[in-house]
Design a protein around this ligand. Structure first.
Ligand code: HEC
Length: 106
């Protein structure tokens, strides 16, 4: 009986580690067009909506008409208000430029 539990635990651990490796590999990949979208979906969509329409966070629609690249970057690096600081851990320097461009596409 005990052996089965150990085996199952080992399987779960292997699954978790496997999933983790996949995420790591995706993050280490050189910049590709889908990258900014993935970074946004993982870190920002929860509050700003899958298509930037807003929710808990403000709408990012027509952001380019309201904010300069520098202002958008500043908000990500040192967020004002209730927005959490996701830089430089979840959002890295390598992500920034592509992410700003992606936000301006909403
Ligand atoms: C926990 C919710 C939350 C998350 C997660 C979040 N934001 Fe925000 N964001 C906010 C809130 C709230 C504001 C408004 C801040 C204020 O009071 O000025 C905001 C403001 C902004 C603004 C400024 C909008 C404007 O009109 O000036 C930008 C740009 C932005 N967020 C981008 C992002 C990006 C990119 C991410 C992901 C890396 C992200 N946010 C993640 C809640 C969030």
């Amino acid at each position: 009986m005990k052996g089965r539990v150990v085996k199952r635990t080992a399987a779960i651990v292997a699954l978790l580690l496997g999933g983790f490796t996949v995420v790591q590999a995706a993050e280490d990949a050189p910049s590709d067009p889908g990258k900014a979208k993935a970074v946004y979906a993982r870190n920002c969509a929860l509050c700003h909506g899958a298509n930037g329409g807003g929710g808990v966070g403000v709408s990012l629609k027509k952001l380019a008409e309201r904010r300069s690249d520098a202002e958008i970057e500043a908000q990500i690096k040192e967020p004002k208000g209730a927005m959490p600081k996701l830089y430089p851990n979840a959002v890295t320097d390598a992500d920034l430029h592509g992410l700003v461009d992606y936000l301006k596409s909403f």
